[in-house]
Write a protein that binds this ligand. Sequence first.
Ligand SMILES: [Ca+2]
Ligand SMILES: [Ca+2]
Ligand SMILES: [Ca+2]
Length: 272
Amino acid sequence: MSRRPWFYARPLLAAAAAVTVLAGTAAAAPADASPDRYTTASAALDDTYYQDALGKTGAELKSALHTIISDQTKLSYSQVWGALKATDEDPANASNVVLLYTGRSQSKNDNGGNSGQWNREHVWAKSHGDFGTATGPGTDVHHLRPTDVQVNSTRGNKDFDNGGSELGSAPGNFTDGDSFEPRDAVKGDVARMILYMAVRYEGNDSFADLEPNDQVNNGSAPKMGKLSVLKQWSQEDPPDTFEKRRNDVIFEQFQHNRNPFIDHPEWVGSIW
Ligand SMILES: [Ca+2]
Ligand SMILES: [Ca+2]
Ligand SMILES: [Ca+2]
């Protein structure tokens, strides 16, 4: 299919502005509508970005979304550092990023491989499908997040599940020998990142077909568990302003594709 131009976000913003004008005169706005730009943008997205997916369910929806989100700019692994400094910026301090598992706000420049620094966590562990850090799934910032170096190491390539012992260095996160449970505030984020990867990577490029399953101990198989738990997490922790902003920044400034499950969390249940 043809590439969308990199400035695709511009007509979207214009459409969002038009929706805002309409909303101002509408007799009844949706009960949960908030006046932030994300609410208005998502209405415009349905008419533009998600046009070919609307009305579809199940495998048809997944296929349509795969086509839509595969139209993207790809980053190198070194470009990921700069992207994460923008996508995960602390809304209260523009010099910092917010780390995924600890929730710690830390200087953007304190990145690297030393203890106490932040580095690039592959939420879909890169060994699950063995995609490494070549340009592709291993550099897709939709599932890459700043994390504390040691907590990243503790998570390793474990599948996600409830249970285990609480991490002393990252309260609210738990782990045992075969799984990792992130803190409540990012459980849904983790689920939606995993499910994005499953739709984006279908084995029709040089990388494996990534899919969730209901197991742990997936090892190097291109699978990530546990699906039933991830579905529950997605429901319990719906997208918040930080996660939605992150999706917008990736779309507008870096990859020019979106995580559909942040825009439409109900599509999780439709596909899985
Ligand atoms: Ca376990
Ligand atoms: Ca969250
Ligand atoms: Ca897949």
